[in-house]
Design a protein around this ligand. Structure first.
Ligand code: PLP
Length: 430
C-alpha cells in the first residue's frame, strides 16, 4: 500500500470509493491528459468525474480565474452585486429555453437539486414527489430521498414522500425485452398507476436525469419524458431535469439531455462540468417558481467570483467552439468501434449518446452483471494509459465521458484501447 493510501485510509471515511487496486494520485494535467505521482500519463476519458468538461489547464479558464484573483476579491458575499453572477445567469437563462427563467447558484449538484425540490414543493404545497428508479441526485438528506439506487442510499428516513417510477433502468424483469414504443407505453401506464393508486392527489414534481449518470449511463428511449410530461401536465406536476452530467451539449444531439425528449422542463439543475473543475452548481427555473420562495435565501459561497469567472469562461468556450457539434461528430467514432463488443460473451450491452458511452460487463457463463470484470477492464485500460469510470446499479457498467474538447485522434486512441482491453478481459474470463 502506498504511503498516501495508508494515510488516506486512516483519516478519511471508509465509504469514499477509490478506483484501482493501487489508487492513482493525479498530480498534473494538460489538455485531455493527466499525469500521476509516478510520472505516468493518461488520456482522461472520464473528465475527472465528468467535471473537467474542457480538460486541464485550459488557458481561457486559467486566465479568467487569475484575472479574478488579481482583483483581490475572491469573495465579497452575495449581499453585493457581482457582475460575473449576473452575466452567467443571463447566459444560462437564455440557454435553458425556460420562459422568464431565473438562476440561483450553488456549490454542487446536491445543493442544486435541494433548491429545485424546495422550489417545487413550496410552489405546490406538498411533500410528495416522483423520482426514477436507479437515479442518483446527491448526498444530502433530501437528495438521498429521491435517489433510487441502493448503492447510494444511506438513509431510509426521508423529508419527502417519494414514489419511484420505472423508465430508465430497462433491466427490470417486467420491462425486459420490450421495444422502445412498447416500453414507453408501459412506463406511462406505470406513471398513471402510481398517480392513481399510490399518491394523494397533490404531487409536487418529478425529478429525473435524462441519462442516469451514477446509474450507469442508463438511457430512457427518446420521447419517454415527453410522454411523461403529458401526464404530469394534466395535474400541474412540475418537471425537474437533473442535468448535472448531461448538460452543455454532452449528448451531442441536444444542448440539454432533456432536449432529446422534446421537453422544456420547469427547472434544470446543473453542476460538475460548468466550472471545469471549480465548484459551481445551480438551478435555472421558471421565474414564478424561483420568486415563489418568500423567506430569505442565501448560499454563502454559491456564485462566488472565482467560480463565476471559471464558469463564464468555460461556458463561453463551449459555445464559441460549438462543442455540442463536436460531441455529435465524435460520439459515433467511439461508439461504432465499441458496438461489436456486444458480441463478446462477457459484454452485456453497449450504448452511447454524444460523448457518453457505457459498456456492461457480464459473467460469460451466466450472463449475470459482473462488477469484477468491470474492475478488471479498468485495470487493463489503466495499464494502457486510459482512465475511464464505472458504476451502475449492479456495479458492472464501464462509463466513459471524456472532456468535450477531445480530438478525433483522441477518440480513436481511446476506442482502440477500450476494444483491446475489453477483448483481453473477455478472453481471460472465458
Ligand atoms: N445529480 C447527478 C445526476 C449527479 O451525477 C451528481 C453527482 O454525481 C449529483 C447530482 C450530485 O452532485 P454533487 O456531487 O456535485 O453534489
Amino acid at each position: 500500500m502506498s504511503e498516501l493510501l495508508a494515510r488516506h485510509r486512516a483519516v478519511m471515511p471508509s465509504w469514499l470509493s477509490l478506483y484501482y487496486d493501487a489508487p492513482i494520485e493525479i498530480t498534473g494535467g494538460k489538455g485531455v491528459r493527466v499525469t500521476d505521482a509516478d510520472g505516468n500519463t493518461y488520456l482522461d476519458f472520464f473528465a475527472g468525474i465528468v467535471t473537467n468538461m474542457l480538460g486541464y489547464d485550459v488557458a481561457e479558464v486559467r486566465e479568467a480565474v487569475e484575472r479574478q484573483i488579481a482583483t483581490g476579491v475572491v469573495h465579497t458575499s452575495t449581499l453585493y452585486l457581482l457582475r460575473g453572477q449576473v452575466e452567467l445567469a443571463e447566459k444560462i437563462a437564455r440557454l435553458s429555453g425556460i420562459p422568464d427563467a431565473k438562476v440561483f447558484f450553488t456549490n454542487s449538484g446536491t445543493e442544486a437539486n435541494e433548491t429545485a425540490l424546495l422550489l417545487a414543493t413550496q410552489a405546490r404545497g406538498t411533500d410528495q414527489v416522483l423520482a426514477m428508479r436507479n437515479s442518483y441526485h446527491g448526498r444530502s438528506y433530501g437528495t438521498i430521498a429521491v435517489t433510487g439506487n441502493r448503492g447510494w442510499k444511506n438513509s431510509a428516513l426521508s423529508p419527502l414522500n417519494v414514489h419511484y417510477l420505472h423508465g430508465t433502468d430497462r433491466d427490470t424483469p417486467a420491462f425486459r425485452g420490450m421495444g422502445d414504443a412498447e416500453y414507453i407505453e408501459a412506463c406511462v401506464a406505470d406513471l398513471r398507476d402510481v398517480l392513481a393508486t399510490a399518491t394523494a392527489p397533490d404531487v409536487a414534481c418529478l425529478i429525473a436525469e435524462p441519462v442516469q449518470g451514477v446509474g450507469g449511463f442508463a438511457m430512457a428511449p427518446d420521447g419517454l419524458y415527453a410522454a411523461y410530461k403529458e401526464v404530469l401536465d394534466e395535474q400541474g406536476i412540475l418537471f425537474i431535469s437533473d442535468e448535472v452530467q448531461t448538460g452543455w451539449g454532452r449528448t451531442g444531439s441536444s444542448f440539454w439531455g432533456i432536449g432529446n425528449h422534446g421537453v422544456v422542463p420547469d427547472a434544470i439543475t446543473f453542476a460538475k462540468g460548468l466550472g471545469n473543475g471549480f465548484a459551481v452548481g445551480g438551478v435555472v427555473a421558471r421565474g414564478d417558481l424561483m420568486d415563489g420562495l418568500t423567506a430569505n435565501g442565501v448560499s454563502t459561497f454559491g456564485g462566488n467570483p472565482v467560480s463565476m469567472a471559471a464558469a463564464n469562461a468555460t461556458l463561453d468556450y463551449v459555445l464559441d467552439h460549438d462543442l455540442q457539434a463536436s460531441a455529435a461528430r465524435l460520439g459515433p467514432v467511439v461508439l461504432d468501434g465499441l458496438r461489436p463488443l456486444a458480441d463478446l460473451a462477457s459484454v452485456g450491452a453497449v450504448r452511447g449518446k454524444g460523448l457518453m458511452f457505457a459498456v456492461e460487463m457480464a459473467d460469460p457463463a451466466t450472463g449475470a452483471p459482473s462488477p469484477a470484470l468491470a474492475g478488471a477492464v479498468l485495470e487493463a485500460t489503466r495499464s494502457r494509459g486510459l482512465l475511464i469510470g464505472k458504476g451502475g446499479l449492479r456495479g458492472n457498467v464501464l462509463r466513459m465521458a471524456p472532456p468535450l474538447t477531445i480530438t478525433e485522434a483522441d477518440a480513436r486512441e481511446a476506442r482502440d484501447i477500450l476494444v483491446d482491453a475489453i477483448t483481453e478481459v473477455d478472453t481471460a474470463a472465458a
